[in-house]
Design a protein around this ligand. Sequence first.
Ligand SMILES: Nc1ncnc2c1ncn2[C@@H]1O[C@H](COP(=O)(O)OP(=O)(O)OP(=O)(O)O)[C@@H](O)[C@H]1O
Length: 569
Amino acid sequence: MLSRFFSYYKPYKGLFFLDFGCAVLVGLLELAFPLAVNQVIDRLLPEENWAIIFWACVGLLLIYALNTFLHFVVTYWGHMLGINIETDMRRKLFQHMQKLSFGYYDNSKTGHSISRLTKDLEEIGEVAHHGPEDVFVAVMTLVGSLIIMLTINWQLALIIFVVVPLIVILAIYFNKKMTITFRRMFRDVADINARVEDSIGGIRVVKAFANEDYEQKQFAKNNAQYRKTKLSSYKIMAQNVTANYMLMRLITLSALMFGSWFVIGDTLSHGEFVAFILLTNILIGPIQKINAVIESYPKGIAGFKRYLEVLDTEPEIADAKDAVDLTLSGAIHYHDVTFGYKGLEKVLKQINLSIYPGETVAFVGPSGAGKTTLCSLLPRFYDVDDGAITIDGVDIKEIKQQSLRNQIGIVQQDVFLFSGTIKENISYGRLDASDEEIIAAARKARLDDFIENQPDGLETVIGERGVKLSGGQKQRLSIARMFLKNPPILILDEATSALDTETEIAIQQALADLSKGRTTLVIAHRLATIKHADRIVVVTPDGITEQGKHEDLIKKDGVYSRLHHAQFG
Ligand SMILES: Nc1ncnc2c1ncn2[C@@H]1O[C@H](COP(=O)(O)OP(=O)(O)OP(=O)(O)O)[C@@H](O)[C@H]1O
């Protein structure tokens, strides 16, 4: 895992070494002051040579000025290194999330994904900057002070350094505990995000059911859980900080007590004694740094583990190595297709079906029989478990996903629009479309009157998920999008909601125009709209049980005829 973490430093080697080098210098220069004090007290003060003391202080001032500059470099450029790595990881994660299949999203929550892209990566960025640099500089300063102390008086140095291993053991102990709680904390934040996504995203449903109190209670549960986990992490942090405080005071106290003893025994000069006290104070810096790393490292590592979890999830559907781009005419064949959602019973068993170019085929049948599933297999939203689907004789697994999906248009009953303008939403069908093409598509979808009546025309903002549009307008907008895309194959998931007659006629006409000359699969919920389909296919839990024209199926007195009677009496 660590080698994968460090691989993100590769593009920023220059920045890393600049930051690292400056941090090392900062650590080394810190040691100059106690050494200077030692010399001033033991050598220069007894000689009462004011001029040399003055110039020694000027020298120290220059060292401090240099150190100040280095501090700036470390703080600014070091953080730049962290942010660069965080940005790269975020880009990579988002790219990967875009590639993940429907199967992954069926079982994940949007709030969790948001959390992974924001909070987790922020923590990783902090560790990326502070982690290696702080640990190295702290260890180096510790070793540096130890060497200086050893050269001044090795006995006193050893007494003081007895405490250091205790600090290291403590660090390892708390690190382990904190990694576990931070992982829990990330999970809890993600749960809060998921809850907000549901409650705020679904605010209309919440209000329509007057379930605000229920939502508040649900949110309060998540909030309380987060508080509990965070509190337990603070408890560990507090134990760590207080134990460290005690150990650090022990170091200073040992220096004072044993140092005085050595001074009285004449084995330590006054200057060396003061230098020792100052060096023990310098020791506090790296120990605090190590402590800060102990605090942030588990957060970063917990975040990185969650990051890798997603990154290591292989998209269930990927292009074959020799997949090709194809221009399709739309002859579709399902050959013995069997499919079930992951871990669940098979929805489709050995389905055989042929659809000819330009044909409009409507799928009808009881709810949950698998009509939508059958159509979802065509653009490879899911892969068949057994059998194959071919278009123009080519297995869809041999066609590049992008090429395949570019040639299949889907008009869903639950239209998803993006917050933005009408123009942005229509042009989602073809991103490089000109204004004229967008207007022409809107006209074909019978949306032009509505657009012309808006003060901002095509630039009208439609609100989040098109909240400012009516159901009929949303649907026509999605049809306009499809006119622009102009695919040879269409999947129409018919709206179940009854629109007013005028709107319905407009939409039906728009859909009929859209279907012209394209192979069209209609998932029909209301039979009135599909009477004129070239063929009606009846899908039941037993598979395809009937197919044919409306009149023939009525005569047959089977499932279709019963469904028809149920709807029309
Ligand atoms: N993403 C999914 N994960 C797991 N099971 C699913 C998923 N989507 C659908 N199912 C299940 O698969 C079965 C077929 O669903 P499908 O949506 O294809 O039926 P349908 O015939 O289109 O129904 P309707 O007419 O109600 O839209 C159902 O039992 C459903 O619960």
